[in-house]
Design a protein around this ligand. Sequence first.
Ligand code: HSE
Length: 408
Amino acid sequence: MISIAVLGHGVVGSGVAEVLTINQGSITEKVGQPVVVKRILDLRSFPQLPYADKFTTNFDDIVNDTEISIVVETMGGLHPAYDYAKAALSAGKSVVTSNKELVAAKGDELLALAQANNVSFLFEASVGGGIPIIRPLWQCLAANEVEGIAGILNGTTNFMLTHMVQDGMSFEDALALAQQLGYAERNPAADVEGMDACRKICILASLAFGKHVYPDQVHTEGITHLTAADVRCAEQLGCVIKLIGKARRTEDGVYCLVAPMLVPKDSILSGVNDVFNAILVQGNAVGDVVFYGKGAGKLPTASAVVADVIDAAKHQGAPHCLSWEPAAPNHVLNSTDEAFSFLIRFETTEREALSARLVESFGDITVVNCLENELVVVTSPLSEKELSRRLSALPEAAPISCLRIASL
Ligand code: HSE
């Protein structure tokens, strides 16, 4: 019998207990012995549950229990999750986590610690919820040099954008519904301000390019400033707006960025709606591969966590060691140097005069007149640095919004 502990009995932690119970028979067959939850750490008690006797508020009951060989961390946040993960790995226990904040901040260190202790540190559920992406990236695509990754990595914002566009729902109502359905983070600012997607693209970029990309190195924009007018302009251009996490390898380093972008309707990512996520990986041998599925929610996320538990249980003593190295600060390039086409909206009643000035300054520019009292243009690809330089030379042209057009 394999005894495990679960840290945190929230949406994901309770889902892990549920999946281990409903699929007990097949999991036992796959592992070759039963996998049993021995302890659950939570500050709350759940007297109504049939496994109420397993709860503890003391981590020492877990880390000092030599029968427990796998610790599942689903608490979220950096502390105490990091301290508990470190203590469990140091005590020779494998750690499985769904915690992207933890992996994005401390992945290099925890992977090295796992390797030193000959145990697993696995985090399939940290990106894309139920979508298999971590294991395919480091195993199935191992023969490739990954050139780029782009994805819809946050289920909450994708759910919100879908309902705001398709049903005219307000930002607040769409967020409340996503929270009610268990998609959003404890603090939904991490979803709507892009930090959750940032942590996920950091994990993917670290894995794909072999060196740690830290969240504070990544330019991150959320969806809080988007308006119905932006959505209408996107529509007119044959695009939809999606929150995109993107990483691209160059000879000098890695570009990494999270921002709402216009996605052309002929791109496979444009049709990804609701809580679904999709991740496009470009390999130099395989070409483009897309991973699609439910990116958040109790059972989809628990599905990925329990798969890691099965992996850790089957490979005790000979763990799968994925790893990446710590990186120098210049590994991540300045995203303001990366070129994009931009959709820019200017408030004006003098469209023709402003458009003439913009043509003078930008040269190649396309006017898309989709809104009254506005001039809306699309630039040819240029860096954000260059865009700011040209706009600052036109003080009369203060944009009311500026969105990148995704190049996928
Ligand atoms: N809040 C996250 C999301 C949960 O909406 O994608 C899954 O990581």
